[in-house]
Ligand binder design. Sequence first.
Ligand code: GLC
Length: 411
Amino acid sequence: MTFDYARRNALKKQSLEILADNRRSSGAYHYTLPSAEHYPYQWLWDSCFHAIIYAQSDPQMARAEIVSLLSKQFENGMVPHIIYWTPGILHLFRWGVEGTSSLTQPPMIAYAVWEIHRRHPDIKFLEAIYPSLLSYYSFLVAKRDTRGHHLVSIINPDESGEDNSPRFDEPLAASADISYEEHLALRTALIDKNRECGFEAEQCMRDFFWVKDVPFHAILIENLRKLGHIASLLKHADGEHFANLQAALVERAMRKHMFEEGVFWSLSGWEYKKLKVATWAHFAPLFAGLYSDEEAGALVRDHLENTSTFKAPFGIRTVSKQEPSYRSKGYERGFSWRGPIWMAPHWFIYQGLIRYGFRREARELRDKSMELLVRSGFREHFNPETGEGGGAHNFTWGALILDMLEDGHEI
Ligand code: GLC
């Protein structure tokens, strides 16, 4: 099939327009809203996606997005997942402490910083933010790993970025059919628990929600490696050693505790119980190269290409069609991470496929992503069976298509 340049150019134009429309400033800080109407704040992994996209054409804005994200870092190193820059507007997600949330999100910051530097080298920028990066990743591997087993806990489903994924139904005691309101109430109750403990999460949350999530770990490992590259460039030998050692230790722990039946499973509680819900989390470790070539081949053949589980007419379902919790319609808001396609998982899977050399599969995923954006616009998520868009409009994640297109039509 010949590559559709006109389509690519139109999507590029639209992506950059949405990012520009959603851009905001607060004093010296500049950031981008995931969706002006639905999400009027700055979000952690969203900002990393924005920075990765800006890195192509606007490195200054890419750096600004990271600088504002790090500007509200906690003393203990945590980077909050939401910054409420304009507290006056819509008090949705008011889960926080003084202008921010009390949670974090998948730690994509070092990866985004490395992408910016790779395209537009700037050692001064790296020097300036390195202490914040080191302190964030040190926080994760120290404070969220109370047993020293190199598995890092999330304290709320929202820290996974997949708020209502059925991976968390069991630890939340949620049913497959739980409504949006009921689900939100369970998650806000967790925030209240943490608040009661004075936000000393590691002392407190392990009794309520203490999950080791597969995508979070895969993302952590790849980001620790990028942190290692950054430290090496800056000649911070200790930081380089720390980052590379932690990446290796977390990788080994994932293999030991999470791997079974050819895939990785998230874990819950003290006994590291596997949460056996089939979701796109099976594919996230491709992003960090955590499967052997042989395992990756079997994963792609048996799961990614399997139309009765993950492979849908319009892309990859976030939850297997065989799961009782599978719902194709994300616009029934409560079900958004219970099946619908999201562009970030597509992007992670795409990167993973490229890493392993699955070029045909990568191309197909990229082309389906383009098709969705052309057909339904830059929506928050998409019905895998019909391609229909759901959730927020003018949602920035669609712009990740620019990063998928960057490797070009050649793939
Ligand atoms: C939704 C998503 C989350 C994202 C946020 C802002 O809550 O589940 O991953 O960060 O919106 O876009």
